[in-house]
Write a protein that binds this ligand. Sequence first.
Ligand code: C5P
Length: 308
Amino acid sequence: MTAVTARAPAKINVHLAVGPLRADGFHELRTVYLAVSLFDTVTARPGDGLALTVTGEGTGAAEGADAVPTDRRNLVWRAAELLAEHAGVPADAQLEVAKSIPAAAGLAGGSADAAAALVALDALWGTRADRADLLALAARLGSDVPFSLLGGVALGTGRGEQLTPVLARRSWHWVLGIAGEGLSTPSVYAELDRLRDDGRVPDGADLLPAEPVMAALRSGPAIALAAALANDLQPAAVGLRPALRRALRVATDAGALGALVSGSGPTVAALAEDEQAAVGLAAAMAGEGVFRTVRAVAGPVPGARLVS
Ligand code: C5P
């Protein structure tokens, strides 16, 4: 086999309820993930040891939260080591990540890369790991990696890694607007803890129920889904990136049915009525100068899979 390519989608969280900080440093979550049509690809070729190159969106940034490492700090590298260890094969591969998902944007770009790497390397090495094995390896790599493998729509509990697929009646059109440079996920969670310690937001002891958003996903109208969008991390992301407040207003003023910060931000996910409305919304949002990148996407879409 000479080359295998897999791709995996970005995610947004249409519901993100965050519980108190646990003893292991993670927060208990009740989240609803939705995979959208923005993909990173990972190509794996035979090699001697591991080698990694990264091209595309955000990789020009040499420093800061957006810089994508090309060594063991990259989740793709760790995914390769973990799968090799699990399968009892040498970790030999040349890996090439082509990014369309902006890094450190709250879109699970790094998790998508790890999930695509697991799928590509499973094929390259002929390890034939079953889905359950891959999901377990994915959970060791990061809280969002299992969802990047699964795709579609899913309820995530635990630290987000325990998944239950959710029925969705249709696909929806979204506009993703990235408000500035990357935000570090741990800092956004830490900011939420601080806001809670100061009594400025509810303490999270009672996790916000996901039923309203699940009902909206089952029933279908975009306006119903818009009304049910929720993210406990949003005040923390806005606290660290005040421009997000204006970014959210820009999205709704530009005609979004609803808008929220995706995950830990700084992406604003804006919901449109249909594809044509999404194209118009994307153009209006791009014209305001608050977003560094604007993309019209649709979802749900499937999780990580081979493309060639
Ligand atoms: O699981 P992952 O490595 O993606 O998590 C990155 C960081 O985000 C964690 O180290 C933690 O600070 C924070 N996090 C959290 N609770 C979660 C998921 C992530 O506090 N459920």
